[in-house]
Design a protein around this ligand. Structure first.
Ligand SMILES: Cc1cc2nc3c(=O)[nH]c(=O)nc-3n(C[C@H](O)[C@H](O)[C@H](O)COP(=O)(O)O)c2cc1C
Length: 489
């Protein structure tokens, strides 16, 4: 991040600004998702029963890769709860991400392909494993898009990418203490579908009519620690198998999707195409030292009233460093801070800490850009992921959003462990941060945000008292319960 001179944050661009021409589908979809047009209200779409219901296989205690633990700390709803709140956050608590488990030896379930039901926290066997597949668990993450599209309309597809990034981070953080973890956010969607034993998205409804298509977007590999690091993740070995068992058709699981849903599916399939490098790139994941299993389990998105107090500057610098460092790719990061001397900060090149990027209060503009969520104007601080220009390639659009979600997920877990309150913010309209700084418009858009607040009783000093070092509160501070309302940005 360049060390730019201090500038005053510019006001928001007019909501009625002329939108740029759309040279292709993706560009048009980006313009649309970032436009001020409000999605039409549609009735809340309840979650359908989990479509895979093959027999549940008993777990094998004592295995190196303990899937019960990894999934309980990441994607599963806590036992006895309605399933809306899970260790991983999700836009509108709609939880569109599904996990297909491709298991070799060394896991707490016998080798085979499984679909994980996050509400019951059960793995349903869908088929066998390839002969001689290496030990470990390959988890393919897909999205079932219909409920998120019903809720957010044309703004939904970036949220589906962000949600998948959060889910990949949750799995990686849960697994990284006892397994070696590699994460791919760019493997070819068709290869991921084949590996998971699913039809390619465009063929899904011909092959499995009456069931909801799933779009694969990411994969996480967990292997026993200390194994060879130079072996390719076994996507091709799994993809060579025949397709695994089908989900159960369900009424309303759409044979004729509404046009917005069909368009979003088409777009996400297109975005996930990577024929030049189908196996994807794989990056190791680790977990920030302070993040405990309890922090992962108790993470919550705090209600806005608990997010008003700016965290100490040292803590903000640590969260920003986590967001920037968990992946080598993806967007840039800036943090907007309130308090007595509000400013925007970026990381200081080559040394720890925060460098001032602009003085002035950006939060009212951020509140306007975040679909008018006014509480953001009085929040403590907002961590911002930005980049993804108007003419970004589909690979850049995919990585910008997946990595933003992944890194914000890691940042939220770290913030929780440090006792901070936080809440992700996913929908951004006309949020051209670069243009607000006076740079060329259309090059530097906000793609994700994480609002951060010091707990009301914490002993850390607000950002304005620069001389006093902040004291991290204890890691076990329990976050407040959410308001229970679905946000509708
Ligand atoms: C990608 C993403 C976008 C989100 N966007 C918003 C938002 O714009 N406004 C908001 O209040 N909460 C937002 N949230 C927080 C969700 O509402 C929250 O995760 C969900 O209600 C579940 O609650 P929990 O995080 O406490 O488990 C977002 C979460 C994610 C993962």
């Amino acid at each position: 991040m360049p060390d730019t001179p201090v500038r005053t944050a510019a006001p928001v661009r007019g909501a009625g600004a002329v939108l740029p021409a759309a040279p292709d589908l993706l560009c048009a979809a980006l313009v649309e998702a970032r436009s001020p047009r409000v999605p039409e209200l549609s009735p809340y779409a309840p979650e359908r029963p989990f479509p895979w219901n093959a027999p549940v296989t008993a777990g094998e205690p004592g295995a190196v890769i303990d899937l019960d633990r990894v999934l309980r700390l990441s994607l599963a709803a806590p036992v006895g709860t309605p399933g809306r709140l899970r260790p991983v956050p999700s836009a509108g608590a709609l939880h569109p991400v599904r996990a297909h488990l491709l298991l070799g030896q060394g896991c707490s379930l016998p080798p085979g392909r499984y679909a994980h039901d996050p509400r019951t926290h059960r793995a349903h066997l869908r088929g066998p494993a390839p002969d001689g597949v290496r030990p470990g668990a390959l988890v393919v993450l897909t999205v079932a898009a219909s409920r998120t599209i019903a809720h957010y309309g044309h703004r939904a597809w970036p949220l589906l990418l962000l949600d998948t990034g959060h889910a990949a981070a949750a799995l990686a953080l849960a697994g990284a203490t006892r397994a070696d973890v590699l994460v791919s956010l760019d493997a070819d969607g068709s290869l991921l579908s084949a590996a998971a034993g699913l039809p390619d998205a465009p063929d899904w409804q011909n092959i499995w009519p009456g069931t909801e298509p799933e779009l694969p977007l990411a994969a996480v590999l967990l292997t026993p620690p200390g194994g060879p690091s130079d072996i390719d993740p076994p996507l091709r070995a799994w993809a060579a198998l025949p397709r695994a068992s089908a989900p159960t058709p369900q009424p309303g699981a759409d044979t004729t999707p509404p046009c917005e849903l069909a368009a979003a599916r088409h777009l996400l399939h297109h975005i996930a195409e990577a024929p030049g490098r189908p196996g994807g790139t794989w990056h190791p994941a680790s977990r920030p030292g302070e993040v405990t299993d309890r922090a992962l389990e108790t993470r919550r998105s705090a209600p806005p009233d608990d997010l008003k107090r700016p965290p100490g500057k040292e803590l903000l610098a640590r969260i920003l460093a986590t967001a920037r460092s968990v992946r080598p790719d993806g967007p840039d990061w800036t943090v907007a801070v309130g308090g007595a001397t509000p400013a925007l900060y970026a990381a200081t090149p080559g040394r720890p800490g925060l460098g001032v990027r602009a003085v002035g209060d950006a939060r009212p503009t951020l509140a306007h850009w975040a679909a008018g969520q006014q509480w953001i104007a009085t929040s403590g601080a907002v961590l911002l992921a930005h980049g993804c220009p108007d003419d970004a390639s589909h690979a850049t659009v995919r990585s910008s959003h997946l990595v933003a979600g992944y890194a914000a997920g890691a940042a939220q877990a770290h913030a929780t462990a440090l006792g901070l309150r936080s809440r992700p913010i996913g929908s951004w309209q006309q949020a051209d941060l670069g243009a607000a700084f006076g740079d060329t418009p259309g090059r530097d858009w906000i793609v994700h945000g994480l609002v951060l607040g010091a707990p009301p009783t914490a002993a850390d000093s607000p950002v304005t008292t620069e001389a006093t070092p902040a004291t991290p509160p204890t890691a076990s501070a329990a976050p407040a319960a959410p308001s229970g309302e679905e946000e509708r940005p």
